[in-house]
Design a protein around this ligand. Structure first.
Ligand code: PLP
Length: 391
């Protein structure tokens, strides 16, 4: 008996990740150089790996409490206080999650019901919409392409007015895929709008330690604390994607609701990883700075190579992505353009349309790849563009 028709009909709207699909497609090409995935190419810091091994040897193999180890919540609390001037009580306002991914899903699933709307500036990270759709809610993309990918208070307010069913605004800065981030004045101005409306902000700050502006990352929770759920984690700051450690920081009135969903999703985050995370946040406060220095060199190099070819790039101030507009004289279908480039020159980027409707005509490169790979990819891109132009 086929029982697939019994499944949640909202699943029909959900696609397998376009990034993964493109990546699988081009991975079949022998010798392909990939600037596709948002995964640091560094190892975790040695002292963190040692802490993980020590936890295994100490038989730290049991469930932790559902919020995570208290010591980890304490060091996480100290970390965000020192770095971002945020004050969250380790006892009641911090949850350790299975990566930022579970923080996103536990937050969205705790808030949304059918008919709700979620606003987010676009192009955007593709991890949000499927969960919104699963809940029967709808995501509304706010087009930022005409403003260098920066959301203004006016754009936010007019979207809130036009969509009174909005319950959640998702912000992600530094942004995947554009690399754009916001300074203190810009974040405060967005918070001033938020405070006028009964909405929750889910602020995905997973790239907060990869900010290249020379200024401190500023969280919107500093200005609209009662309405904000801050998401963060160790995947990008400490190159610990596989450890799957993330965090929710929110007022106790929200955290205590999300914990209900979190508990039944995962029980608790992995114990060994939590011990490694204590070490990362306690003794590796500036581990990201070493990687950030290298990322800046790579970013500047890519821009220096792509801009003369006619790719339009809003200078990314954080994360490890370049989001570039395909020059007008080349194939404007980003998927076809990149498939042809991958087939002819064996280099893969990600089509911009994977990041929502406003990403069409763009490509995303991840510079979480070695300089040798990046240099070769740029040589091949230059040759490809010159071939197409008949030069
Ligand atoms: N949020 C954004 C914007 C991301 O780019 C990613 C990963 O690429 C995540 C969340 C997921 O992070 P994690 O590995 O902590 O689940």
């Amino acid at each position: 008996m086929n029982v697939s028709n019994l499944f949640n009909p909202n699943l029909d709207k959900i696609q397998i990740s376009a990034i993964r699909r493109f990546d699988q497609e081009v991975s079949k090409i022998p010798g392909i150089l990939k600037l596709t995935l948002g995964e640091p190419d560094f190892n975790p810091p040695q002292h963190v790996e040692d802490a993980a091994v020590a936890a295994v040897r100490a038989h730290e193999s049991h469930y932790t409490g559902m919020s995570g180890l208290l010591e980890l919540r304490q060091v996480a609390s100290e970390f965000v206080a020192e770095k971002y001037s945020l004050n969250f009580d380790p006892e009641s306002e911090i949850l350790v999650t299975v990566g930022a991914t579970e923080a996103i899903s536990a937050s969205l699933m705790s808030i949304l019901v059918a008919g709700d709307k979620v606003l987010t500036p676009a192009p955007l990270y593709p991890g949000y919409e499927p969960l919104i759709q699963l809940a029967g809610a709808e995501m509304i993309e706010i087009d930022t392409t005409k403003n260098g990918f920066v959301l203004t208070p006016e754009m936010l307010e007019s979207a809130l007015v036009a969509n009174p069913e909005t319950k959640v605004v998702i912000l992600n800065y530094p942004s995947n895929p554009t690399g754009v981030t916001y300074n203190r004045a810009e974040i405060k101005a967005l918070a001033d709008v938020i405070k006028k409306y009964p909405v929750v902000v889910i602020s995905d700050e997973i790239y907060s330690e990869l900010n290249y502006t020379g200024e401190k990352h500023v969280s919107i929770a500093e200005f609209a604390r009662d309405q904000t759920i801050v998401l963060n984690g160790l995947s990008k700051s400490h190159a610990m994607t596989g450890y799957r450690i993330g965090f929710i920081f929110a007022d106790a009135s929200l955290t205590q609701l999300i914990i209900k969903t979190h508990q039944y999703f995962v029980t608790a985050a992995t114990t060994v990883s939590q011990f490694a995370a204590i070490e990362a946040l306690k003794n590796g406060k500036d581990d990201a700075a070493i990687m950030a220095k290298e990322y800046i060199v790579r970013r500047d190099y890519i821009i220096s190579q792509m801009a003369p070819l006619g790719f339009d790039i809003a200078k990314p101030d954080g994360a490890f992505y370049i989001f570039a507009k395909i020059p007008a004289d080349l194939n404007q279908n980003d998927f076809d353009f990149l498939l042809d480039f991958a087939t002819e020159k064996q280099v893969a980027f990600i089509p911009g349309s994977s990041f929502g409707q406003y990403g069409k005509g763009y490509v995303r490169l991840s510079y979480a790849a070695s300089m040798a790979v990046i240099k070769e990819a740029m040589v091949r891109l230059t040759a490809y563009v010159n071939d197409k132009r008949g030069q």
